[in-house]
Design a protein around this ligand. Structure first.
Ligand SMILES: [Zn+2]
Length: 248
């Protein structure tokens, strides 16, 4: 898997990838309930990106740059454990990453996001980079996989992606089981079943994340579900990156 990493190449070796796609994973460092580590989003998106790149590599040149481990997480600061960039900082950082890559000859960039709070910033940056002659795309991994995850029943057990609920806990159990510490207290609630982007976006002053920092009950989370979700997500990311590449 290391061969898919941008940072394992010499500058000469990088020349061979300039016509291909560079995946830029965008993570976050923020609390994930009482049971998951603060690096969930960064860990998941890097693993998804590397597996997708591996699957794509026979068909197109592709590399994964280091995951941005910080995102827009101000709504998590009150819990402790968050390292957050202001919106304008995040946009500036993503833009600089894109412009640096372009300066080196990489002009097909796919920003793969794993934290809801980063979604708008990534899309804005893609618009701005296009004005600089750079082809770019931005997607949150659950958005490109939404239909397939829904079909697989992921919504029957909690929110997708939610925060530190059934979905993320399942992925962590499968990929990083040693970082899952039991389950948070159980609770009953109705989970919205439509894609988050289809609802009005509402933020209230001082509003935290769910109750006690997680959005839904993780009692049905399992490594087996995590494996199923992971395979779906990777295959949909592969499809999205390939479609992006073919349309340039
Ligand atoms: Zn998360």
């Amino acid at each position: 898997m290391d061969r898919m990493r941008f940072i394992t190449k010499t500058r000469g070796e990088l020349d061979g990838f300039k016509e291909g796609v560079v995946i830029v994973p965008i993570g976050a460092t923020e609390q994930h309930g009482p049971h998951l580590s603060v690096g969930v989003d960064s860990l998941l998106v890097e693993t998804i990106a590397l597996h997708a790149a591996e699957a794509l590599s026979p068909r197109l040149p592709v590399l994964v740059v280091p995951t941005l481990p910080y995102g827009s997480s101000h709504h998590h600061l009150s819990f402790g454990g968050a390292i957050s960039l202001r919106s304008e900082t995040l946009i500036a950082v993503l833009k600089d990453i894109g412009l640096s890559l372009a300066e080196s000859g990489f002009r097909k960039l796919f920003f793969l996001n794993s934290h809801g709070g980063n979604d708008e910033a990534a899309r804005l940056v893609v618009r701005d980079l296009a004005r600089e002659g750079i082809s770019a795309a931005a997607a949150s991994y659950w958005t490109v996989a939404w239909d397939a995850l829904k079909e697989a029943g992921a919504l029957d057990f909690g929110r997708v992606p939610g925060h530190a609920g059934s979905f993320e806990t399942s992925l962590m159990l499968y990929l990083f089981g040693e970082l899952v510490h039991g389950r948070p207290p159980l609770r009953e609630e109705d989970n919205p079943r439509e894609e988050p982007a289809r609802r009005p976006f509402v933020q209230l002053p001082g509003q935290g994340v769910g109750k006690d920092g997680y959005t839904d009950d993780a009692r049905y989370a399992s490594a087996a579900k995590g494996e199923q979700y992971f395979r779906i997500v990777v295959s949909r990311v592969v499809q999205a990156v390939e479609e992006f590449y073919r349309q340039i």
